[in-house]
Write a protein that binds this ligand. Structure first.
Ligand SMILES: Cc1cc2nc3c(=O)[nH]c(=O)nc-3n(C[C@H](O)[C@H](O)[C@H](O)COP(=O)(O)OP(=O)(O)OC[C@H]3O[C@@H](n4cnc5c(N)ncnc54)[C@H](O)[C@@H]3O)c2cc1C
Length: 376
């Protein structure tokens, strides 16, 4: 691992900083649609959405290191996201680039890059979560179409999505080889989206029912029966996206600010040795995540695809989220109710802890596929 940047990479970093100084909107405007549109337009002009995607795919053709610098600077400046469609950009786009036909790339990639697409992900089912290979939603071939029947659950953004990146069963006797990935138009007749309110009372995920939904065979991504391979790559990208250490660094900054203003025994909590020790430990764990992220980057620079090692940061993030929120809520005490922000994120972090595979599942992957221990 070489931590030095080349003069060209440093020049790129300076370019990103200048862009941020000119375009980064004030934080209280980050949710405003007009402000976001202007931000996205400026990014699109630079080709910084999908920056490291190949130019033939409409991307900016940047290197992985430049993409890393871009994200690092954007995160340090608390800038809005690099694009609007997190799921689409983090795993649907890369899967299309790896497995899509030229027609499929031309059809779906532009919407990701110009921020007009909204994708959702249909993996989990009422009886298939961690054991994803047990999915039962059937896709029966009928001429040039699949007829899809079944149900998906916890489908984030299904109520807003235009398309669903979905796993279906095309063959019942072959557990892994009978799974196929299809891209489903959410306006297709026979789809019913039923909201599931979350703990904080907002609506982010849904149960989706598919009742003989007709999906053209040309919407299949990869070959029939290749869905497991497609989804393993997509999950590795999802885990990497969820576990970027920059998000945790921002959270630690919030926690340090809170410890400065909260009081313990009449003095700032940050002066309490036990609080300092806990914060220092969080800092070390986040630094380990960052280094581990750079290890993945090094592998990718050598041409390797992201794989099981992405589970390490995904697993590290879960307990960190829980322990950092415990400390924050403890520092706030009864004030947590008034503060609201920490309470809201404490009730909402389950998405990053459970989504993309629970901590237990990450442990299994690390044990079996990285450490070579026997299967459970
Ligand atoms: C906020 C949020 C958003 C989500 N968004 C989506 C989405 O957009 N699309 C989608 O398809 N899914 C989504 N999910 C679903 C998520 O992927 C599943 O919840 C997750 O995979 C776990 O499955 P499950 O809920 O069925 O739990 P289960 O699989 O029933 O697990 C229950 C418990 O048993 C443990 N367990 C299960 N199997 C094992 C094992 N072999 N070894 C050890 N422990 C085990 C688990 O760790 C867990 O603690 C989302 C979930 C959340 C919380």
């Amino acid at each position: 691992m070489d931590f030095h940047y080349t003069p060209e990479e440093e020049a790129f970093r300076a370019e990103v900083r200048a862009f941020i100084a000119e375009h980064n909107p004030p934080e209280d405007k980050h949710e405003d649609p007009d402000t976001l549109r202007a931000w996205h337009d400026a990014l699109i002009e630079k080709k910084w959405i999908g920056f490291h995607w190949p130019k033939e795919a409409g991307g900016g053709g940047g290197t992985l290191i430049e993409q890393f610098i871009l994200k690092e600077e954007m995160s340090a400046a608390r800038a809005p996201a690099l694009g609007s469609d997190f799921m689409g950009l983090t795993w649907v786009g890369p899967a299309l680039i790896s497995y899509g036909t030229e027609e499929q790339k031309a059809r779906w990639l532009p919407g990701l890059l110009d921020c007009t697409s909204v994708w959702c992900t249909g993996y989990s089912e009422p009886d298939s979560g961690s054991d994803l290979a047990s999915i039962k939603t059937r896709a029966l071939r009928d001429g040039d179409e699949y007829v899809v029947t079944g149900s998906k659950i916890w489908t984030t953004l299904a109520h807003k999505a235009k398309w669903c990146f979905m796993l279906v069963r095309t063959e019942s006797s072959d557990r892994y080889g009978g799974i196929t990935c299809i891209l489903v138009d959410m306006k297709s007749p026979g789809i019913e989206v039923s909201p599931i309110p979350n703990l904080i009372g907002t609506h982010s995920f849904n149960q989706v029912f598919f009742n003989e939904v007709r999906v053209p065979v040309e919407n299949r991504l990869g070959k029939e029966g290749q869905g497991w391979r497609v989804v393993m790559g997509a999950l590795a990208n999802e885990r990497t996206g969820i576990s970027e250490s920059t998000t945790m660094e921002q959270q630690l900054d919030r926690l340090k600010a809170l410890a400065k203003r909260a009081k313990r025994g009449g003095r700032p909590a940050l002066e309490d040795p036990e609080v300092r020790r806990q914060i220092a430990r969080f800092d070390c764990r986040i630094a380990a995540m960052r280094l581990n992220g750079m290890r993945h980057l090094t592998h990718q620079l050598k041409g390797e695809l992201p794989g099981s090692e992405t589970s390490v940061n995904k697993w590290l993030r879960g307990p960190l989220e829980i322990e950092m929120h415990d400390l924050a809520l403890g520092l706030l005490g009864a004030e947590a109710v008034e503060d609201g922000e920490w309470q809201r994120t404490a009730l909402g972090f389950h998405g990053t802890v459970i989504g993309g595979g629970t901590p237990n599942i990450q442990r299994n992957i690390i044990a079996e596929r990285i450490l070579g221990l026997p299967k459970d």
